[in-house]
Design a protein around this ligand. Structure first.
Ligand code: HEM
Length: 451
């Protein structure tokens, strides 16, 4: 129980004993997690997972405390980050070169650059949608997640790696990164198991990392040899220097490329897969999208010039990420004792920020269970940390504008040509994993629009 001392001193966090209080948790982790959110009711609580007892933080002002105002005390180490670091390198930001890397990412994927390469991205997406259409010809069902992954890899590869990678290599890189992140799941689920104890998935993970290295190392080595001449991420990382003039070595270059791919692909692929499910369940939202795409793009291909007028598509994407934030929990290691919302936080513990629960707080979001893109009409006020799909503070996502543009193009490229229908009636509830993802594999059919 939480103890109010009545003395103005910080309280001890109420601990929610997972196994005893929520026997259904193992059967239905999402339902169990939502129940924890209801019991916490916006307060800072501890969840007793046995070996670890993370603090759960959901209120926007508390999220701001962790992610921004006291970010140096809440670092990306330990749970989740340690296993991930074996794929992407050091994510904590304690390395000064991280900030150089982040700035380089930002330059490549931020607003002004996106404007410069929007037409190339649109063209790549239109071509990839054409390839999906061939596979889906005659009403043949295709796997939405696989198809969205292919489209995303086509959309980003040239921009991230320029002409230093072939399409075939990009497809192999995508497959290897997906295999690596799938193989990490057991370790992420059992964070207290030391590395020395083998777990299922370890061997597959090593194989996948070898495959990633076999593609990425030769690309960066060749780029270093030839000279960094392009505007792609490899060239820009090679040219980048910290204030003391230090650059990246080959391993850091490899980590930079891989971390941008990991950050920019799985989340986006999942989000786009949710999209088709959401549109099947909300025909009224789908109809407004068709209307907008027809009005703005017509039956020609989408281009950068269309983006400012694909407004409803942007709002629908934002609302989809409110309801289904792929990063449903963002863990942080607590360096030193602190107090959040009157509750004592022990140094050495773990704080979990949960966008999924923050986006469902009834006093922050009106009717949070209702899917309503109009919440994102310009001018609607809300706390800066009420919407944390993209995190925030010094480690906030650098790719949110990039994601929005990709999604606007995918919506326009698909809906201008097809009606999309899911096969069967997939379970609309998402499932918890490393990311929040559709519970069942979603298969879709494409039906040419007779306009
Ligand atoms: C649905 C799409 C996306 C979602 C939901 C998402 C979400 C996030 C979140 C929550 C964080 C912060 C993690 C934390 O604080 O622990 C983050 C960081 C990051 N994101 Fe995204 N992201 C998306 C798309 C992208 C794209 C398309 C790119 C690249 C083009 C990208 C690049 C990054 C990078 C590089 C970071 C690390 C920033 C840092 O640590 O300084 N993301 N993203």
């Amino acid at each position: 129980m939480s103890v109010d001392t009545g003395t103005g001193l910080p309280r001890t966090a109420e601990t929610i004993p997972l196994r005893r209080a929520l026997p259904g948790f193992l059967r239905d982790p999402l339902g169990g997690f939502e129940e924890i959110g209801r019991r916490a009711n916006g307060g800072v609580v501890r969840v007793n997972l046995g070996a670890i007892r993370p603090y759960l933080v959901t209120r926007p002002e508390h999220v701001q405390h962790v992610m921004q105002d006291h970010a140096a005390n809440y670092v990306r180490e330990g749970w989740l980050w340690k296993p991930l670091s074996r794929l992407i390198g050091e994510p904590s930001g304690s390395d000064p070169l991280w900030w150089v890397k982040r700035e380089t990412f930002q330059t490549v994927v931020s607003g002004p650059s996106v404007a410069a390469f929007a037409d190339d991205m649109a063209e790549a997406i239109v071509r990839a949608v054409g390839e999906m259409a061939e596979r889906a010809e005659g009403g043949r069902p295709v796997d939405a997640m696989d198809e969205m992954a292919r489209i995303i890899y086509r959309a980003i590869t040239r921009i991230f790696i320029g002409d230093k990678i072939t399409i075939a290599q990009a497809d192999r890189l995508g497959a290897a990164l997906r295999a690596a992140s799938a193989a990490l799941r057991p370790r992420l689920a059992l964070p207290f198991v030391p590395d020395s104890v083998p777990l299922p998935g370890d061997r597959a993970f090593r194989r996948a990392v070898q495959a990633v290295d076999g593609i990425v190392f030769p690309i960066v080595e060749e780029a270093v040899r030839r000279g960094a001449d392009g505007d792609d991420i490899v060239s820009m990382l090679i040219r980048a220097r910290d204030p003391d003039g230090n650059g990246f070595d080959l391993r850091q270059l490899r980590d930079g490329v891989v971390s941008l791919f990991v950050a920019g692909t799985e989340t986006t692929t999942i989000a786009l897969t949710f999209l088709w499910q959401v549109l099947a369940e909300r025909p009224e939202v789908a109809e407004r999208l068709y209307e907008e795409v027809d009005r703005v793009v017509g039956d020609g291909p989408p281009r950068g010039v269309h983006l400012p007028r694909l407004r409803y598509a942007k709002m629908a994407a934002q609302e989809m990420l409110r309801v289904f934030p792929p990063g449903w929990m963002l863990p942080r290691f607590v360096r030193e004792d602190d107090v959040i919302g009157g509750v004592r936080i022990e140094g050495g513990g773990i704080v979990v920020v949960s966008p999924y629960l923050t986006h469902r707080l009834p006093d922050v979001w009106e009717d949070p269970g209702v899917f309503d893109p109009e919440r994102f009409l310009p001018g609607r006020e809300r706390h800066r940390f009420a919407y944390v799909t993209f995190g925030g503070g010094p480690h906030g996502c650098v790719g949110k504008h990039f994601f929005t543009v990709e999604t606007q193009f995918v919506i326009a490229a698909v809906l201008s040509r097809f009606r999309v229908r899911p096969v069967g009636s997939p379970d609309p509830r998402p499932a918890l994993g490393l990311t929040l993802r559709p519970r069942e594999r979603l298969r879709i059919t494409l039906h040419p629009r007779g306009r």
